[in-house]
Structures are given as C-alpha cells and as structure tokens.
Write a protein that binds this ligand. Structure first.
Ligand code: 0RA
Length: 629
C-alpha cells in the first residue's frame, strides 16, 4: 500500500522533530563535537561519492556568519521526482531520516559510530540550508529552514557539470557553541585525504582568511610517515600491503621507529576505530605469525617464539579497511566486532608480509634485532620482578579490612559500592544484599585534597584498598580486567561539591590507570534521590531529579510535603536499600566516555583546579539515566 503525500510528509516532520528534540542521539552531543559532526556528516557523503569513483574535489568554506558550504564534483543528488515519496529525491535525501545516500547497497557507506546518520539530520539541526545541485544539464536549488522546505526545488540555471553544494547554518537554538574550529576540521580532512588517496579537500576559512588543501597521492604510506615525522625511523620506506578478500578491502602501512612504543591507527570506512577490534586482531596475528615463521625457517632465534608485543615494539602502523555493514562494539562504539574482518585482514596480510620478508632481508633483520632486544629486556624485567610479585601475591590474597565483601564469587553477578564516608558506609553495609553487593567505604577526608595529584592519590591507603578490592591490578601493563572481582563498580557519593570532587578524582584515576574499566562499561555512579514527596493521601514517592519533581508537581494536585535529601547519611539502611541499592528500583548512570581522545581532554579538564560539580561531567558523558532493572 502506498501512502498518500500528506501522510508521508507528516511522518517526515515527525522524524525531523525527533532529531531536534534529541539531537544527542543523532550527533552525539550539542557541544563542540556535535557541531563538527554536522560538517563530517555532509563531507562523508562527498567522500562516499569519491570512494565510488565519481568525485575528486571537495571544498569546505567556513563563512563569517557561522554558515558552512561543502561542495563536491560528484554526480549530484538526483533532483527528479522520487517514485514513492512523490517529491524530488533531493527533498527526500534532505528531509527523510536515513534516506541519506545511495540506494544501492554496493557502496561502502560509512555507518555506525556517529557517522552515516544522513544529511537530513544536518538539515534538521540547521537554522537554514540551501542545496544547489548541478546535474542533467541544469542547476537546481532548494531551500530549507530547520529541516522544512521553504519551497520546491527550482531550476535556477544551466550547467554541463555535476556536483552538490550544501550551505548550512547550524542552529543556535540547538548548539551550545557555533564556533567551528579550523584545527579540528583540518585534522580530520588531512586524515580523510590520506585515507582516500587522490581526493582533494580544500578548507577555506573566510573568518580568518586562511586556507589549506589536503591531498595525498601517497595514501596511507605517506600517512604513517607523517605521523612519524618527529621520530627516528629504522628504515625509510613503509611496508605497504593492499588487497581484497570477501569484498573487504584491506590497506596497511607499517614503519618502525627507535622508540619502545607501538602505535596502531586503524580505520573502518574512514572511521577511526580507537578501541581496535577484529581487523587489528587479524593484523597482529598475521604479523606475529610472519615473523615467527621467518625466524624458524632461517633458524635465527633458538629459544621461545617472539611475542607479538616484542615484534611490535617501535612499530607504527595505519590499517584501513573498507567493508559493508561493519558492526561496532565497545563502550565508545569504536571497536570493530565483525569477525569476517579478522579473517580478511589475516588472509591478505600474512602472505604479503611473508613475501616482503623474503625480498627485504636487511630491513627484516633490523626489525628482528629490535624485537630481540625487546624480548631480552622483557625477560630481564620479568626475572627482576619475580620476587616482588611473589611478595605481593600474598598481599593480594588478603582483602582490605574495610571491605565488606559479598558472597557471590562470579564477578559478572557481583557489584561493589565505593561509598563516601564511614557513616554512609555503615548504613550501606546494613542495607545491602550481601549475597552480591560489597561495600567499600572511602574516607572522604583523604580524597578531599585540593588539586590532588595522581601520584599523591596512589600513595593513599584508601586508594590502594580499592585497587586490591577490585583485584585487577593497576597500570598500563599490569591491569588485567579478567581478574576484576566485580563487574559493576558503583561510586556512591553525596550530591554536593565534596561528592563531585570524589567522583571526579575516582573517574580520573580509573581513566588514567584502568581505562578498560570505563571502556568495558564497569563504572557506574549511583544516583540517590534528591527528594521524597509525601502526599496527604496515597503513597510516598522518591524523586531522583528536578525534572521528576516538576512532573510530580504537575500530576499530583493535592497537597504534599517534600523532604530534600542532602546526603546519603540522612537515609537509614532500609531507605538506602530502597532508593539506591536495590537493582529493582535504583537509578544508576553508566559512565561512558565518548572516545579516548575526548576523554583525555575531559581528564585534563577534571585535573584542573576548578572542579565543577559532577552533574556537568555526568550529564555530558554518561548515557541517559536509566532505571537499572
Ligand atoms: C543519492 C543518490 C546518488 C548520489 C547522492 C545521493 C549524493 C549525495 C550527496 C551528498 C553530498 N554530496 C552528494 N553527492 C551525491 C546517486 C546519484 C546517481 O546515481 O546518479
């Protein structure tokens, strides 16, 4: 059954309204990141045209009035009447959610993450948008305001060229900031130019009269050299692999510098997969295998196999794959989960590396020498650590005395509450269900040090208790999430400045030394109620925020008294169970850091002297409050 025109146009308006009501769901945030995502969204469509072989030149102009123009010389968005919508395809692309790009499934459309939501989202979040298409011998123009067309598409001239030009002005009613950053855009365009060799992206900033063109004929080998431009390379020409397997295109460039770090930048359909995933796993497996079989074949190293870690010391690599329907996982949705990517990468990289090694003995020898040094250094360190480790193994078995542990031994079912203060800790111990809930009180006084430095935090007995209670160690190499004793770590502090301070310090500590805790979604903040409403008639009710109070006021006509909770200490054990501990009724916020880069900025911010209350941090970086049922 086909819908009539007015029905479908109502649906369109509802869709755009949804975008305006909850912009964060479509573009991540309404802050700096979200604003830049608008530009990425439009340019992604141009890049898709380029990846399909139809577009070479893209230009982005930042205008003085805050509007942006993205122009490409692709095929142009079709302007003819759309068969089912009965309006121009241009209007459909710009007003229907997810109608975005091409209608064939063969293209490697960027999807997942925050990309690929469609230009209609940009339209909905723009105060005005003008699309100018050159196609079929003509120039066609259509205007929109806050997502709604202000008229039909008009033919405004003739042209023998093709392309799309979209000018939009981000809506001040939606965004907290309207200032686009030249640096942020330049960085992303440089990356896109390297990842899609041959494409020219011109960035013109009319506000400051600067411009730059990003264009890399060298592709990802030049990218990996660019990343290492301040490093000492141990050989000059990156190892380069390209191939296709099962419709997955794999491209890899590897270089080695004389440092001890490994750096892998991986991408799926131009999206930076900061948490890695299956494609990286396939690459690492292939690399380890290739080197070890070379070593065995040439009878080079007597003892054990070299570990992957040894082989990757000093390695810098860019891995870029293009595939249809990638599945993204991880707390920040930047971890590739698609298993076929591992197989594809491994099957292309393994033989290619083996061929490379046969032909480049001198370079391979340099890498192997470095790996061997890494191996010996690691062995020496391991032996030296043996003693200390044995000693701390004893300590590890004895849990801190302040911890009221739970009976549950399965970490997936166990949770630990980090509670501010001994008195709230006492109520929590009484109120909890000791089957699966452990309580660790932290004395606020110790944490409540102005401008606490991390090293200072680590010297605190309270913090060390916490690390022991978690059971997974600490630090980049030593932290092992598999040893974690509780899969839910719940920070429970008062909703005041001191509480905010403690949340901040704990989250910073976790981020710096146990980032997996956050990436894997183990960290939560308990949200005790702010109020208890007690009506003259009927049941009392806990209210968790001011919004809930407002709603309560509107829906409850009769008189009621309102109790305001200032701290956890005001609740007895039973109330604490009912409001904050009981999984059936409590409110938890899961801490989710948008991505590692953003997180490090947030951490910087949090480490500053001006610690703004937890509300700001949590509302910006946690998922919507959810009843944890
Ligand atoms: C729908 C279909 C086709 C291209 C596009 C959309 C398209 C969208 C954007 C957005 C910015 N630049 C763009 N360029 C193209 C396919 C057109 C065809 O088959 O001729």
């Amino acid at each position: 059954m086909s819908e009539n025109y007015s029905e479908s146009s109502i649906k369109v308006l509802e869709g755009l309204q949804a975008v305006r009501q909850r912009p964060g769901m479509y573009i991540g945030s309404t802050g700096v990141r979200g604003l830049h995502h608008l530009v990425y969204e439009v340019i992604d469509n141009s890049i898709d045209e380029a990846m399909a072989g139809y577009c070479k030149n893209i230009s982005v102009i930042l205008h003085v009035d805050g509007s942006v123009t993205v122009e490409d010389d692709g095929r142009g968005i079709p302007v003819g009447i759309h068969p089912t919508a009965k309006v121009s395809t241009l209007q459909v692309v710009l007003t229907v959610l997810h109608a975005g790009g091409k209608f064939d499934t063969n293209s490697y459309k960027t999807s997942g993450g925050l990309h690929g939501v469609g230009v209609s989202v940009v339209n909905a979040l723009s105060e005005s948008l003008t699309a100018v298409v050159q196609r079929d011998g003509g120039i066609f123009t259509q205007n929109f305001e806050r997502g709604k067309p202000t008229g039909e598409v008009q033919r405004t001239g003739n042209s023998s060229k093709t392309g799309t030009k979209i000018t939009f002005k981000p809506d001040g009613q939606i965004f907290e900031t309207l200032e686009l950053s030249y640096e942020i855009l330049a960085k992303r365009f440089r990356e896109l130019a390297y990842l899609n060799k041959g494409i020219k992206i011109k960035l013109i900033d009319e506000r400051f009269d600067v411009s730059e063109e990003f264009h890399a004929e060298g592709g990802i080998p030049s990218f990996v050299k660019y990343i290492n431009k301040t490093k000492n390379l141990i050989f000059d020409e990156p190892i380069y692999v390209k191939g296709e397997s099962n419709n997955i295109i794999v491209e890899l460039a590897i270089i080695y510098n004389d440092s001890y770090n490994e750096n892998i930048y991986s991408y799926v359909n131009n999206i930076h997969t900061e948490e890695g995933g299956t494609h990286e796993a396939g690459f690492k497996a292939a690399l380890t295998k290739a080197f070890n079989s070379y070593v065995t074949k040439n009878n080079l190293v007597k003892e054990n196999n070299l570990s992957g870690e040894d082989i990757r010391e000093g390695m810098s690599a860019v891995l870029s794959i293009k595939m249809t329907d990638p599945v993204f996982e991880g707390q920040t949705k930047t971890k590739l989960g698609s298993n076929n990517a591992k197989t594809a990468v491994e099957s292309i990289v393994s033989p290619a590396l083996q061929d490379y090694m046969e032909e480049n003995g001198i370079i391979v020898k340099k890498i192997l020498e470095k790996a061997l040094q890494a191996y010996m250094a690691r062995e020496a360190a391991r032996k030296a650590k043996e003693l200390t480790r044995r000693k701390s193994a004893l300590e590890r078995d004895s849990l801190p005395g302040k911890l009221a542990d739970c009976h549950e031994k399965d970490p997936a079912k166990a949770e630990v509450f980090i509670v501010e203060g001994d008195s709230a800790g006492g109520s929590a111990k009484q109120g909890r269900n000791s089957d699966f809930q452990a309580i660790l009180p932290l004395r606020g006084k110790i944490l409540n040090v102005e401008k606490a430095r991390l090293d200072k935090m680590l010297s605190s007995q309270e913090i060390r208790n916490m690390i022991t209670a978690f059971g997974a160690g600490i630090g980049k190499d030593a932290f092992n999430p598999e040893k974690l004793r509780y899969h839910k770590i719940i920070i429970m502090t008062d909703a005041d400045v001191d509480g905010a301070h403690i949340d901040t310090l704990l989250l910073t500590l976790f981020y710096r030394f146990m980032p997996e805790l956050i990436f894997e979604g183990h960290v939560y903040i308990a949200m005790p109620p702010l109020y208890k409403a007690m009506p003259a008639k009927g049941k009392e009710q806990y209210l968790y925020d001011d919004k809930a109070l407002e709603k309560y006021r509107k829906t409850h006509k009769g008189a009621f008294t309102l109790q305001r909770y200032k701290g956890l200490g005001e609740m007895d054990a039973e109330q604490l169970w009912e409001t904050t501990l009981n999984p059936e009724t409590r409110m938890l916020k899961q801490i989710e850091i948008e991505d590692a880069r953003m997180a490090s900025e947030v951490t910087e911010l949090l480490m500053g002297t001006d610690v703004s209350p937890r509300r700001t941090f949590i509302y910006e970086h946690a998922t919507e409050a959810e009843l944890d049922v």
